[in-house]
Design a protein around this ligand. Sequence first.
Ligand code: NAD
Length: 370
Amino acid sequence: MRRTPPSRLRFALIGCGAMGSHALRSAKSDRRLDLVACADRDASRLKRVQKEYGFPAVGHWRDLLEREDVDLFYIATPNRTHREIAVEFLRRGRNVLLEKPMAASVADCAAIMRAWRRRRPFFQLGFECRYSIAYLRLKKLVASGALGEIRHYHLLYSPGIWFQWLEQKNGWKYRARESGGMVAEKISHYLDLFTWFSGSRIREVHTLFPGNVIRHFEVMDNFHLNFRADSGAVGAISFFFSRAPVNRMDGTLHGPSHEDASAGFQLSLIGTKGAAYFDLHKKTISVTDYGYERKKTFAPRRTMFLDFGKQRFDRPGDFNHASHPEILDACARAAAGRPPAVDPEDSYHIMKVCFAAERSARLRRGVRVN
Ligand SMILES: NC(=O)c1ccc[n+]([C@@H]2O[C@H](COP(=O)([O-])OP(=O)(O)OC[C@H]3O[C@@H](n4cnc5c(N)ncnc54)[C@H](O)[C@@H]3O)[C@@H](O)[C@H]2O)c1
């Protein structure tokens, strides 16, 4: 039911770690947001949050379940904990923004979906790339019809900034049971982007995995993930950790830029009328038109070149990962009784694709996703 939203958007944060601290900064810097409570199982972290930001803190998230003064519960705890926490909020009909991935296994995602389907409160999975300046521009380009129908999606992804994972020997992200695997943890965003751009669900995945080079990782540190969607479009995602170290735990860069450290993120969208190429680190989008509409023959020409590196943004982080606009939008939607920006059933399908991709690597064959 639609309601008149309150003058400020009231949310509660569960999990005040790396991702949660973005929400803390958002609430601190934006008067539209009212962070009414924070929960974390780490008492010393909560104390620090309270001291640094001044937001009210509670110890256990269960103490928030019945709070009437909260429009949205933002869950940003490790993946393994999502099932228990999300199920409790959703089955009570509470509004939830849940960090991606939905959970650390298909069974846990299914339990969350069962809880949601009982009362269907607001439920959005944190695919925050949908709010990013760069991907919104690509989405607009695809929606304009300039590329025609998307036939091929190609991503080369060699992250550098997570090189610190290598040094965090006790990190939960590289433990398979806790994170659900690298595809769910890191690649789910980019499988979601394909579906968002193309409007088509992925049906087949085939992951080629040669074994890890980083020995203490339980999750895949390098792979090629190929897929085919209902529309017939295909995709290929090549993933491996940076070819050179980017940052140390003390925050200093080994090289002056991601490029110097050989980190890479290049996305190509190949359509039936034209193609787009996005380079995240160079901050450029270039678009080619094949010429069939103009010349009635194959006469490729660059029709657009956007250099975001020359633009100033109020929030530079929103260029790629945009948690601030995501929280604002999700809070506004939940408070007004509007549907989520990401359909829960679509996000569940993406999660099934992620776990099928992990299975495919183990089975050494393609896997269908129903
Ligand atoms: N959208 C993105 O691009 C993005 C980026 C990073 C992380 N994430 C996601 O955000 C979530 C959190 O990741 P992170 O990097 O912030 O992890 P983190 O380890 O830095 O922080 C997790 C926090 O949750 C707390 N916590 C753990 N178990 C808890 C429980 N049972 N109850 C309450 N608090 C608990 C921890 O004490 C810690 O403060 C994960 O799901 C991760 O995949 C998303």
